[in-house]
Design a protein around this ligand. Structure first.
Ligand SMILES: *Cc1c(COP(=O)(O)O)cnc(C)c1O
Length: 428
């Protein structure tokens, strides 16, 4: 089947036939929960072991071995794992975290609860991840760490960032919430920085319900994260004298323990994760290969032959180039693709640096906005300060998240996008 035959005829939004006539929910079904997940969860329930940690310990060891890190630590959600990683890296009062602005808020916002603050760097136009060339000039004596986010699964260009971090004695935290199983130049993402932290929320590519996990080779980061948000199970892991002295009470006043029903599901999910993500990659790559020479659309994935690839391809997006489609706004494009029977959305987080929480809100009653209260200067970044980040509105499309490659139906979905792109002038 050649997709060119699908793109003839009028657009569905203008009264023509739909390209995707029959919806295919099984192509998108996620998470995959089988009898094996159910049995594992039921075992925890029947033993009344939800608040224990025997299953969590097993899951942490298996996950750490899978990703290739010395230590794993489970958390009640990804946000807590990121907070634990920030504290693990030594972020405290007055410290600055350099981060991208186009990300889910949990990559950045927890820094305020440590008395630290955020400095945003711009992103690269192709990867939509933090731009290694926009980091160094933002480093001050207060900078403690760099947060990188493998955004919508695209592996961050880690080598230059690790080099900058080493030169300035900074820690690098990887937010892997979109990217478990992704590879950067042959290495699994989450193992390249000093620590990786990630969500395992039900909708993410590694789903356990509500849950998070942190991985690291650094014993100090591991121990500090335990001391901060755990009070019981981990007393035996603390070797640093000042952390040991605090054992029994969590330094942060937080309780980060994961419900073991989620750990039980995580152990089962992990067994099938490589196989499932391989299938996702086959489906997604097939879709994008079919759209390769389509005007107005470009895949968001590392180039072939780069040694890097996507993981579970969470929240897949593409670049949208309205200038190649006579200026057709992305919303109108998406509406027309939806009318053809295929999902198409906007798919990108709003920039954090323009949100009131990072500009105006005085969270802790300091008399000034929190962003400034925890700094020695006004480091707010107004409209115009991050040009690439800001110009992305209207230049990204959310695309269907295929869970496997079934050939013909993937072709139909790709044809829906291609048809609208080739008929764009009729929508102007
Ligand atoms: C989902 C997400 C988180 C937060 O994880 P939760 O499990 O929802 O707390 C953090 N960072 C990114 C990039 C995310 O997408």
């Amino acid at each position: 089947m050649n997709i060119s035959s699908w793109v003839e005829g009028d657009l569905a939004i203008l009264g023509g036939p739909k390209v995707v006539a029959e919806p295919a929910p099984e192509l998108f079904h996620w998470p995959i929960v089988t009898q094996e997940d159910e049995d594992a969860v039921l075992d925890v329930l029947r033993r009344g072991a939800m608040s224990g940690w025997d299953v969590s310990l097993q899951f942490e060891q298996e996950f750490a071995a899978w990703i290739g890190s010395a230590y794993g630590l489970t958390f009640c959600n990804g946000t807590a794992a990121l907070l634990g990683a920030m504290y693990g890296c030594g972020i405290g009062r007055g410290d600055e975290l350099i981060a991208p602005s186009r990300t889910y808020w949990a990559s950045v916002l927890p820094v305020f609860s440590l008395g630290g603050t955020a400095v945003f760097a711009d992103v690269e136009e192709h990867s939509l991840c933090i731009d290694p060339n926009d980091i160094e000039h933002r480093i001050t004596p207060r900078t403690k760490a760099i947060m990188v986010v493998h955004y919508c699964g695209y592996p961050v260009d880690m080598d230059p960032i690790m080099e900058i971090a080493e030169r300035h004695n900074l820690k690098v935290i990887e937010d892997v919430s979109h990217a478990q199983g992704g590879v950067y130049k042959g290495r699994k993402v989450g193992t390249i920085g000093h620590v990786g932290a990630m969500s395992m929320m039900s909708g993410k590519s590694f789903p356990v319900g509500e849950g998070g996990i942190m991985v690291t080779d650094d014993q100090e980061i591991f121990e500090r994260a335990i001391a901060f948000g755990f009070y019981q199970r981990h007393a035996e892991y603390l070797t640093t004298p000042e952390l040991k002295a605090a054992a029994g009470l969590p330094l942060g006043g937080f309780k980060h323990r994961l419900n073991q029903t989620a750990s039980a599901m995580g152990r089962v999910q992990l067994k099938y994760y490589d196989e499932r993500t391989e299938k996702i990659r086959a489906g997604m790559n097939h879709f994008w290969d079919l759209l390769e020479d389509t005007p107005g659309l470009r895949a968001h994935r590392p180039p072939k032959g780069s040694g890097s690839h996507m993981g579970g391809w969470y929240n897949p997006i593409g670049h949208y180039l309205p200038e190649e489609l006579g200026g057709l706004p992305v919303d109108r494009f998406a509406e027309a693709v939806n009318a053809e029977g295929a999902f198409c959305g906007r798919g990108i987080n709003a920039p954090l640096h323009l949100h009131p929480v990072f500009n105006d809100v005085d969270i802790y009653h300091d008399g000034v906005p929190t962003r400034i209260a925890f700094s020695d200067r006004d480091l707010r970044q107004p409209q115009g300060s991050l040009p690439i980040t800001e110009k992305l509105d209207g230049r990204v499309v959310g695309v269907p998240w295929f869970k496997y490659d079934d050939g013909e139906r993937i072709e139909a979905y790709a044809a829906a996008f291609r048809k609208v792109a080739l008929h764009a002038s009729e929508l102007l």
